[in-house]
Every structure is written in structure tokens, then in C-alpha cells.
Design a protein around this ligand. Structure first.
Ligand SMILES: [Zn+2]
Length: 119
């Protein structure tokens, strides 16, 4: 239930919206309004590319990143990953091994704005 996004990861209350987006998340009471929940999708081609989606998993954010090293992706997840959950960590290890994956991130208003802006 918690991992399916149906109950709050902190207070365990049911989250009433429909349809629920997958992954751990917080209810309206527990989440602060300035925190944005976004999904980071990463893939290895000639380098590691990271793309970001809004919580609806449909709307892409304009900013993309390219990294030579997967450790940069790990560093992002360490910083803004979803509760640093063990399962998230294992999924990340697996994704970096196989060359693609995705992870939920919690961003502050400032970090979120940064992704909305293309340099
Ligand atoms: Zn809650």
C-alpha cells in the first residue's frame, strides 16, 4: 500500500486521490507545500542522461542532465531521493547496473525551479 502510493509513508493515512501515482509519498497533511515530488528517469547511451517528469508521470520537465559517471546520479539520489528507502537504493543499484531506471525525488521549490529552467 505504502509503495503503491495509496497510504502516506509517514502517518500511514489513506491518500484519497485517484488514480494514485506509484511510489512512496506523503499525504497532504504530512507534505509541506513547497516540496515537489518528481520522477527522474535515467538511461545510459553514450553518456548517462537524466530526464524528469512531473508527479503525473506525463509532463516532462524541460531540463536534462548528461553525466559521464553514474556516481553523479547516485549523488542526486543521496541528496533528494525519496526517504532514502532501502528498496529505492536497491532499485538504483540495479538501474545503474543495467543502464536504465527511475526514481522518485523530493525537491524543494528552488531545486524544482532549477529543473523548470533551461539554460
Ligand atoms: Zn501523512
Amino acid at each position: 500500500m505504502r509503495l503503491a502510493g495509496k497510504i502516506c509513508a509517514r502517518c500511514r493515512n489513506f491518500i484519497p486521490d485517484d488514480p494514485p501515482t506509484p511510489g512512496e509519498r506523503l499525504c497532504a497533511k504530512c507534505r509541506s507545500p513547497e516540496i515537489h515530488r518528481i520522477y527522474m528517469y535515467y538511461m545510459y547511451r553514450t553518456d548517462w542522461m537524466c530526464q524528469f517528469l512531473e508527479e503525473d508521470l506525463k509532463t516532462p520537465l524541460p531540463r536534462r542532465f548528461h553525466f559521464q559517471s553514474p556516481e553523479k546520479i547516485r549523488a542526486i539520489v543521496e541528496k533528494v531521493g525519496n526517504f532514502a528507502d532501502l528498496q529505492d537504493r536497491q532499485a538504483l543499484d540495479y538501474g545503474l547496473e543495467t543502464g536504465r531506471g527511475g526514481v522518485w525525488l523530493q525537491l524543494t521549490e528552488e531545486q524544482y525551479k532549477h529543473l523548470k529552467t533551461v539554460r
